[in-house]
Design a protein around this ligand. Structure first.
Ligand SMILES: Nc1ncnc2c1ncn2[C@@H]1O[C@H](COP(=O)(O)OP(=O)(O)OP(=O)(O)O)[C@@H](O)[C@H]1O
Length: 441
């Protein structure tokens, strides 16, 4: 598990940074280098014995607290004087933050096409992004990518940026969040630097704007962005926008902007299905040099269903937990590491198991429940199984639809509502549900 100690140290640093001043952080923590984890003890190299004493005296509880938050039952660390330790901490590419002075752009080096796992949930958005990267300004303009939190919108935008930077090194790329765009605009107005502001944004070849939904209700920003958009569009420069919702759902967005957002291609990213989640975890583990069993990865993927950032966080938590407690990473250890985050019940129930139990109860085969048959004897048990999966697991409606033979999420919703109504009015249904819950629980 080559990089585990670095990942652990990054988490510890994040916690410490939030709790001390920047000056203290730069003075004492930037020069510490993680050496490894031996029998649950995190070993840290410090440059001098003075630093060792100081850190031990002033920051030991904070470091221990951070390790405790990562799941260490007995948080332990050891400081060792290693005179060369003053070199900067080796940068974990997964934690690498974009450098503001990177000149070309502010792209996160981790967010490339190579690191993007394509699944049924994001393949259209991915294909559109690839097309745009191949011929910026010509394929789809603007490209509008929308989807829920932590599903890869920013990743995909940056991937286009990296790819364009590689293919067309002379093109100017600008990545900006809507918040930054707004703040810069406000400052430019206040400091009477509007000409400079306009020149900056209207001279780029590829403009990536994240979280454009935040432009809602901001009249002056909308006005300015409208002109930036027109200038770039007319000059055949590429624009990519991301949002948590489609343009038609961004309220208080001026009609002229909305219609422009709809000029090109609007594509969405949905939550990943189980296989895609496992593939993402696998890639993550491999890149960090971690060898983790398939059953553990699948276990984690079953717990975190709708946010890839949380999925990655869960993986790191599990890895840190095992290594800080000096135990082998098994499915049980993963369950323990995640038990604070997910209620035990949710951790335990497997949707397939629910299908099996319900089928058995009604004298059917699991295939009958997940198949297409519409016989009366199958329909209600299937609806009950969907209802229980919804209640006892973290599966989303589309995932439940998928589990039950690729049904649409509206069908799932209808089934759940129907069983909900029956369970309120029909004692027999109530009793069956109770029995089924006991059997799966
Ligand atoms: N398909 C994927 N393959 C690999 N990693 C992914 C994928 N999708 C998302 N990720 C990872 O998940 C994390 C969250 O992604 P990202 O920040 O792009 O989400 P987002 O949709 O922009 O979220 P937000 O709404 O919070 O801005 C990142 O670390 C990203 O690398």
């Amino acid at each position: 598990m080559a990089l585990t100690h670095e990942a652990v140290w990054q988490h510890v640093l994040e916690h410490i940074r939030r709790n001390i001043t920047e000056v203290e952080y730069h003075t004492w923590f930037e020069r510490i280098r993680p050496l490894g984890i031996r029998e649950g003890v995190l070993e840290l190299a410090v440059p001098t014995s003075f630093a060792l004493d100081w850190i031990k005296r002033h920051y030991a509880p904070l470091i221990q607290e951070a390790l405790g938050l990562l799941g260490a039952q007995v948080p332990r660390f050891e400081l060792l004087v290693v005179p060369g330790a003053a070199q900067p901490v080796q940068v974990d590419i997964f934690q690498a933050v974009p450098q503001a002075d990177q000149g070309k752009s502010k792209l996160n080096p981790k967010y490339t096409f190579e690191n993007f796992v394509v699944g049924p949930n994001n393949n259209l958005a991915h294909a559109a992004a690839v097309a745009v990267a191949e011929s910026p300004g010509k394929a789809y303009n603007p490209l509008f990518i929308y989807g829920g939190v932590g599903l890869g919108k920013t990743h995909l935008m940056h991937a286009v940026g990296h790819s364009v930077a590689k293919r067309f090194p002379s093109l100017k790329i600008e990545y900006v969040s809507t918040e930054t765009f707004t703040n810069e605009l406000i400052n430019a107005i206040r400091e009477d630097r509007m000409a400079e502001f306009r020149e900056r944004y209207r001279s780029v070849d590829l403009l990536l704007v994240d979280d454009i939904q935040f432009i809602a209700g901001k009249e002056r920003t909308q006005e300015e962005f409208f002109h930036t958009f027109n200038a770039l569009f007319e000059a055949h420069k590429q624009i990519i926008l991301s949002s948590d919702r489609p343009p038609k759902d961004i309220l208080t967005l001026e009609a002229r902007l909305r219609s422009r957002f709809e000029w090109g291609l609007i594509t969405d990213i949905q939550p990943p299905d189980l296989e895609t989640r496992i593939a993402i975890l696998k890639m993550n583990a491999e890149q960090r040099g971690l060898r983790i069993g398939e059953d553990v990865l699948e276990y984690i993927a079953r717990q975190v269903t709708s946010n890839i950032r949380e999925l990655e966080g869960a993986l790191m938590r599990v890895v840190a937990y095992a290594s800080l407690n000096g135990v082998e990473l098994t499915r049980q250890v993963a369950a323990k590491a995640l038990s604070d985050i997910f209620a035990p019940r949710e951790v335990e129930v497997d949707p397939q198991e629910i299908v099996r139990v319900v089928a058995e109860h009604f004298g059917l085969r699991p295939e009958d429940l997940v198949g297409g048959g519409r016989r009366k004897e199958v329909v209600l048990p299937r609806q009950m199984a969907m209802f229980l999966v919804r209640e006892l697991t973290r599966a989303s409606l589309p995932e439940i639809g998928q589990l039950f033979g690729g049904r649409d999420h509206t069908t799932v919703l209808y089934a759940i509502q129907k069983v909900q109504e029956l369970s309120e009015s029909d004692r027999e249904v109530q009793a069956i549900l109770r029995t089924l819950k006991e059997k799966v629980g």
